[in-house]
Design a protein around this ligand. Structure first.
Ligand code: MIG
Length: 691
């Protein structure tokens, strides 16, 4: 049951795919709260036992209670617990208590969610732009939903999951990548040339470690110009791509949001001529500074400009490239050109002056330091949209969504039935239909393994199923044990990519000493692939979550409701990764009797039944341990240890992990080509697994 309330005349975000009539009256259970000038506030009382789930890409807990979160897409590479906002805005949450309900604030601009920060018993939502509010109440546990394919046995949906399912039906089906998008991938900012890419592919091959993709960061472009290739570094990208494809490896180039200002550069010239870049109040393309230097921003909120920018990907598609990652699309700005000029002028005023009074020093450093990602810039350029000219500051959170949509809509034209790999840094709900996300610039910190885990269910709720973090950590130097432990979580995440920044220590698995441990952990990914893929596709088609908090399946178990470092993974499994330095293992809570599965590589699997309650679970680096729930089964690829990548994985021979006392059916996704959209729904087969 969904009720929609309209506040003002919001910008049409196209987050939802169902057009609902607006309800009259007040949006219970919310009450109007005292607003400040220029904002709207809604609040509600939280009772002691209420849990708040959702909000997608945000720091802190799975249960969001006890902090204030902001929706304002921001490129901030230091993901501490205190950061005001991250790259995406996902304004959906569920309050899970006696009368559970979900709330989606469809608002293109700035918002805050004070979830018991100011007052532990109050949840206050503040919006700085007009919005639509959707309140979703459970339809009741149901065996079959209309959009549910013929999965047997149908999972029983508890109220919270039912709310999520209704929400997902409202926002449309989640993106499904091609099969190879589930393979293990290597990336780094700083691979300087074709030779570096070959070295990575060879490094993995020689170490007999699997690899499905190598990512190309901004270094492949000619001076960071979108839809160009630096020929001095990559003399024949098409040839390189074909060579890699023959080895079962995909190349995945980055595309940045901003377009370099440069005479003679066709993307720039064409965009200017057609009026497709964001403009200032006088209608002149607004110049900002990003990696290419002075740049302009494609007006992806304008349908024509969006179509035009999307067609730029053709340049790379024609080389046989099948996957992309979209970056810097918050959009991240190092400076606005006019403001930079003013700032430089102002610094002149300090010449010869004594800035020994520390105030002067801070003002001076603030002149340049304060230019980055500044609201003054965001409020100074405009989009020409279907509803007229709109200031960017009012629709800021939509930019990454529409940039990614522009690519996806072009792919649809380029090869209508083909699935491409596509994910973005910045996002908004609605983008989940067009691509996935990675969670941006984390660090090689132990705490970020846990941060990775905690975001998974929140993102899934909001429709983002194809998600992953930079495994091993992006900023700072990784260590062998950190990478191994992180990979042991990464084997479960749909996007499994090792990525790091410029200048950090080498982070490719083959660089480390304990080769066997890396071979073991990576091969587990290929072993569980039949399960991961089947669960993923089913979750996308049916509007369910791949990762769920324990409370979703054990709602009346008080302990389970508070677990913040374990998750249900698909319908059959529970995961509990190790996330502490030098730890020999970890404590794990079992809400019921489960079967512990230990994998020391794809071929070495041992099983043990553990009783409900608390246990210390020893896990060696390189080993993957997880739990099978009672009555459940999980297909594994029998020969996964031999797989060099997903293309070479023999999916025909399965072994079944099972914790069952009677024959059980599993619905397996047998999507042979792994590329097509149309055949996906019909690719499920029912397999009876004998007890
Ligand atoms: O300002 O392209 O999050 O993954 O390696 C940094 C260089 C720009 C940020 C992305 C990161 C990528 C990096 N980019």
């Amino acid at each position: 049951m969904i009720a929609k309330y309209r506040f003002g005349s919001p910008f049409p975000t196209e987050a939802t795919v169902v057009d609902l009539p607006c309800a009259q009256g007040s949006p219970a259970p919310f009450c109007a709260a005292e607003p400040e000038e220029g904002e709207r506030r809604l609040g509600l009382h939280l009772s002691a036992e209420d849990i708040v789930y959702g909000l997608g890409e945000q720091p802190r807990g799975i249960n969001k209670r006890g902090w204030i979160y902001r929706s304002w897409n921001t490129d901030d590479p230091i993901h501490t617990e205190g950061i005001p906002a991250m790259y995406g805005s996902h304004n959906f949450f569920v309050v899970c208590g006696e009368k559970p309900f979900g709330a989606f604030f469809d608002c293109a601009g700035r918002m805050t969610f004070d979830v018991g920060y100011t007052d532990p018993e109050e949840l206050t939502v503040t919006a700085y732009e007009d919005f639509d509010l959707y309140i979703i109440r459970p339809d009741g546990a149901r065996e079959t939903a209309e959009n549910q394919s013929d999965r047997t046995p149908a999972p029983v949906l508890f109220p919270v999951e039912d709310i999520v399912r209704q929400f997902r039906a409202l926002i449309g089906q989640s993106y499904i990548p091609p099969k190879w998008g589930f393979g293990y991938a290597q990336s780094r900012w700083g691979y300087a040339s074709e030779g570096d890419i070959c070295e990575v592919a060879d490094g993995y091959a020689e170490a007999e470690l699997p690899l499905d993709a190598v990512y190309l960061d901004i270094d492949y472009m000619e001076r960071y110009k979108d839809f160009t290739v630096d020929l001095s570094r990559y003399p024949d990208l098409k040839g390189l791509n074909a060579e890699m494809a023959a080895r079962g490896i995909h190349l995945v180039p980055i595309v940045d949001a901003a377009v370099k200002v440069e005479d003679g550069y066709p993307v720039y010239e064409e965009g200017v001529e057609k009026g497709y870049f964001c403009k200032d109040a006088e209608g002149i393309p607004y110049v900002v500074g990003v990696w290419p230097g002075d740049s302009v921003l494609p007006d992806v909120l304008n349908a024509d400009a969006r179509e035009w920018f999307g067609s730029g990907y053709k340049f790379l598609l024609d080389m046989g490239i099948e996957g992309f990652w979209n970056d810097m699309n918050e959009p991240a700005l190092f400076y606005g050109k006019k403001r930079l000029e003013t700032a430089i002028e102002k610094t002149g005023e300090y010449k010869g002056k004594n800035i020994g009074d520390i105030g002067g020093f801070w003002k001076l450093s603030g002149l340049i330091g304060g230019l980055k990602n500044s609201d003054e810039d965001y409020n100074a350029f405009y989009h020409d949209t279907a509803v007229g000219r709109v200031c960017h500051g009012e629709v800021h959170n939509l930019y990454g969504y529409y940039m990614t949509r522009s690519a996806a809509e072009y792919f649809e034209k380029y090869a209508p039935d083909k699935r491409f790999l596509l994910f973005s840094r910045s996002s908004y709900i609605g983008m989940h239909r067009y691509g996935g996300i990675w969670t941006g610039d984390n660090c090689s910190w132990w705490s970020h393994i846990l941060l990775n885990l905690k975001m998974l269910p929140s993102l899934n709720m909001c429709g983002f199923l194809y998600v992953g973090a930079d495994l091993g950590g992006f900023g700072e130097n990784t260590t062998e044990d950190l990478l191994l432990r992180w990979l042991a979580l990464g084997v479960f995440t749909p996007l499994m990519r090792n990525h790091t920044t410029l200048g950090t220590r080498n982070q490719e698995c083959y660089r480390f000493k304990n080769r066997k441990a890396f071979a073991d952990v990576l091969s587990v990914r290929y072993a569980i692939f039949p399960y991961l893929y089947s669960e993923y596709v089913a979750c996308a088609l049916e509007g369910r979550m791949l990762f769920r908090p324990l409370s979703f399946a054990y709602p009346s178990d008080k302990r389970a409701r508070g677990v913040e470092d374990q998750l249900l993974f698909g319908d059959s499994a529970m995961i509990a990764p190790v996330y502490e330095q030098n730890a020999k293992g970890r404590y794990v809570y079992l809400p019921e009797r489960m079967k512990l599965v230990r994998m020391r590589g794809a071929a070495d699997v041992s099983e043990e039944i553990w009783e409900a309650g608390d246990h210390f679970m020893e896990v060696e680096p390189g080993e993957v341990a997880f739990f099978l729930r009672p009555g459940k089964v999980m297909p594994l690829a029998a020969d996964a240890a031999k797989a060099k990548n997903l293309a070479s994985l023999d999916e025909s021979k399965l072994v079944w992990l099972k914790f069952i006392s009677e024959d059980t059916e599993y619905r397996l996704c047998r999507d042979e080509d792994g590329y097509r959209k149309s055949s996906l729904k019909d690719s499920f087969v029912r397999v009876v697994v004998k007890a």
